[in-house]
Design a protein around this ligand. Structure first.
Ligand code: ZN
Length: 243
């Protein structure tokens, strides 16, 4: 089975469309959260995701905030401004769709899915090997797929040496899944690893591989819509630079 793994779309419709086209034919799509926040297209993104067949979806922290399950004060000023705007423009039907989705971890075959981390699904960022090490104890499957940090990366547990390492991943170079791993497909709509291209991954359950992917999209067009909507300028600048 070929699975498209996407995360952190953040209301960037152009990036989502590019990733879906580039991903090609898939049997399932697993989305690790954050449809909204930051970008200009919350309704378009939710509607596009609603149309995806065989979808597994987890809510992210921005999603939970926009449907009123988390106080907006937990977000910094600029992130909060976008969420306030999204809360106003999202249609009732799109909010209803989001309210029906889970915000906890989910197990799909050999993978545990979480937005942030398996031990703290909504909030914890796995950015270093220490945090990763603590999280390896919180899932029973061989792999765990997480989003939230917007960084395409992989953490590996060496059980013999009891060591956790952050390993580099390269776009289009498949990783053969062997050891216990935490994998992050990166962010579709707001990458923060200095590569502004939309990030996602293809998980092949038969070949047992994970292939990180990047695809270019029309960033200028999205920046224009961010500015036209009166959203913070910072959100326009960062998508062009990948931070
Ligand atoms: Zn996010």
């Amino acid at each position: 089975m070929r699975v498209l793994v996407i995360s952190d779309i953040h209301a960037n419709y152009t990036a989502l469309e590019a990733a879906l086209i580039d991903g090609g034919e898939v049997d399932e799509t697993w989305c690790l959260g954050d449809l909204v926040g930051y970008g200009p297209d919350p309704n378009e993104v939710v509607e596009k995701v609603r149309d995806i067949k065989n979808l597994t979806y987890l809510l992210g922290n921005h999603d939970v905030a926009v449907i009123g399950r988390m106080p907006l004060e937990t977000f910094n000023g600029e992130a909060r401004r976008s969420l306030l705007h999204h809360g106003k423009v999202l249609t009732a039907s799109n909010k209803e769709f989001m309210r029906a989705l889970p915000s906890n971890t989910t197990v799909r075959g050999e993978a545990t899915l979480a937005h942030g981390s398996p031990r703290d699904p909504l909030w914890e960022y796995i950015l270093n090997s220490l945090t990763a090490r603590l999280n390896f104890e919180h899932f029973d499957t061989p792999w765990c797929f997480v989003g939230h940090s917007h960084i395409q990366c992989m953490f590996a547990l060496d059980e013999e040496q009891d060591r956790v390492s952050l390993e580099k991943v390269k776009p289009d170079v498949p990783i053969i899944l062997r050891r216990k791993l935490i994998l992050n497909p990166g962010s579709v709509g707001q990458p923060r690893d200095r590569d502004p291209r939309a990030a996602y991954a293809i998980y092949d359950t038969t070949a047992c591989t994970w292939t990180p992917r990047r695809v270019e999209y029309n960033i200028a067009e999205v920046q224009q819509r961010i500015r036209a909507a009166g959203l913070p300028e910072k959100h326009a600048i960062r998508i062009a630079e990948g931070w």
